[in-house]
Design a protein around this ligand. Sequence first.
Ligand SMILES: N[C@@H](CCC[C@H](N)C(=O)O)C(=O)O
Length: 323
Amino acid sequence: MSFPMINKQAHLGRTCRFAVGKAPRASVRPMASSTPLSFSKYQGLGNDFILIDNRHTSEPVVTPEQAVKICDRNFGVGGDGVIFALPPVGDTDLTMRIFNSDGSEPEMCGNGIRCLAKFVADVDKAAPRKYKIHTLAGLIQPELLADGQVRVDMGKPILEGAKVPTTLVPTQGSTVVCQDLAVDGKIYKVTCVSMGNPHAVIYSCDGRAIKIDDLDKELVTLGPKFERNAVFPARTNTEFVEVLNRSHVRMVVWERGAGRTLACGTGACALVVAGILEGRLDRERTCRVDLPGGPLQIEWSTADNHIYMTGPAEVVFNGTVRT
Ligand SMILES: N[C@@H](CCC[C@H](N)C(=O)O)C(=O)O
């Protein structure tokens, strides 16, 4: 591998100070507290993850509570989440599970699955190839390209509001497009899309198009008011988007369970779908999405209705950690 191998060691035996989020589907066995755990840190556009080769057993070797501590940027390794490569289910190559940095378990992670594909290829010393990965959002298929990028077949978006889930009243059939949501005395136009995980996408507020530079500072206070809004019973990821032209946008994101991050792959997919549903973007062209950490290319195929996401994934360092 052509990256510097840094061995980072941390001891995480202290009590965590943070509230641990709900992890409804997590059923995990705690690991022995003194066992050093090998991990690799990867990032996709600055969305960073601790990757664990967990293919020897179907239960994650880290609990949600331990994940919170490992993700801590001051007292731990630091990351937006912990991702596990688990044994395959059915006709797949492997299973992915992820804990957010607050310990909750999302269904999918777009940047994370690019990192996972690179990680597994690096561990197995495999030639570039396409993986079939089982996730809580169904089958997701990343392909390592010759130029180092990873192209992911993200499957079909879920457009039915109740399945996103949101209690906002649908505006186009069963889909919530440009529905009003009042937050802090302003009316946001919200479009709800699930990529397996829920997204609230916002292109305009109080009748004006979103300007990323104007709301950048506000995001930290505004984001949680969407994430925990009663109209999103499973909480939500929230993307604020500025259109540069009909195939190029800028965004910032507040992630469920992780807060402000530099990139969200599922969010980039959801906002392109939302932009097309709102009539702001062209479906015929691949859309460039500029995230705080860099660009992704997103296509919503008319041929199979799947979303295709292309972007980078890089190893940062390998290490061991005590939990
Ligand atoms: N950063 C991810 C999304 C991770 C999950 C998200 N925080 C959730 O809870 O749904 C991405 O790149 O998609």
